[in-house]
Design a protein around this ligand. Structure first.
Ligand SMILES: CC(C)(COP(=O)(O)OP(=O)(O)OC[C@H]1O[C@@H](n2cnc3c(N)ncnc32)[C@H](O)[C@@H]1OP(=O)(O)O)[C@@H](O)C(=O)NCCC(=O)NCCS
Length: 155
């Protein structure tokens, strides 16, 4: 299995089926409409999906990201960091790795949707060069909110 050293205390590796319970415990705390186990389980091992976790030597899984790839386009479908571990660059390191993976697969454009009020995520994406290309009005539930559509051109 491919493992990538992401610093002294963390490594980035593909998500495995045994990781899903831990991922769900983060997912359910972070999102008001969390993905269910079946979603993660059905994506693991699919050639069109990239699911990666960041594992801390002491704390275990602290972050994860999911990318869906279609031909030369991809969607960053999910990224989250356990709340206690935010603000230390973990999402940045994970996203950097995911973008490298996308590039390696020949992806040219990555899209994502983000809640309009999610300033932490917006700042992260803007630092990586994503820019807003559209709005999906009232896209999210709990609470109802617009999604900003962002795009990054890799090539
Ligand atoms: C958005 C999210 C993934 C960011 O995770 P994170 O690990 O805190 O992100 P980072 O640490 O890489 O970056 C956050 C900030 O920490 C700063 N930072 C980076 N490395 C740092 C370090 N070593 N020490 C201190 N701060 C650091 C960054 O500069 C960044 O600052 P900014 O927000 O002012 O630009 C996280 O807040 C989260 O999981 N949110 C809930 C889920 C979510 O909204 N996901 C996105 C859905 S679209």
């Amino acid at each position: 299995m491919e493992r990538v050293d992401a610093g002294p205390d963390v490594l980035i590796r593909p998500m495995e089926r045994d990781d899903v319970d831990t991922v769900l415990s983060i997912e359910s705390r972070v999102f008001t409409t969390p993905w269910q186990a079946d979603t993660f389980l059905s994506l693991i091992g699919r050639p069109s999906s990239e699911l990666w976790v960041m594992e801390h030597s002491v704390a275990g899984i602290v972050a994860y990201a999911v990318l869906w790839c279609i031909l030369d386009q991809a969607e960053l479908a999910n990224i989250a960091v356990r709340s206690e571990y935010r603000g230390q660059g973990f999402a940045s390191r994970l996203l950097e790795r995911v973008l490298q993976i996308a590039e390696g697969r020949g992806i040219e454009t990555i899209y994502l949707e983000v809640r309009a009020s999610n300033t932490q995520a917006l700042e992260l994406y803007e630092r990586f060069g994503f820019s807003q290309v559209g709005v999906r009005e009232r896209y999210y539930d709990k609470p109802k909110e617009d999604a900003l559509v962002m795009r990054l051109v890799l090539l």
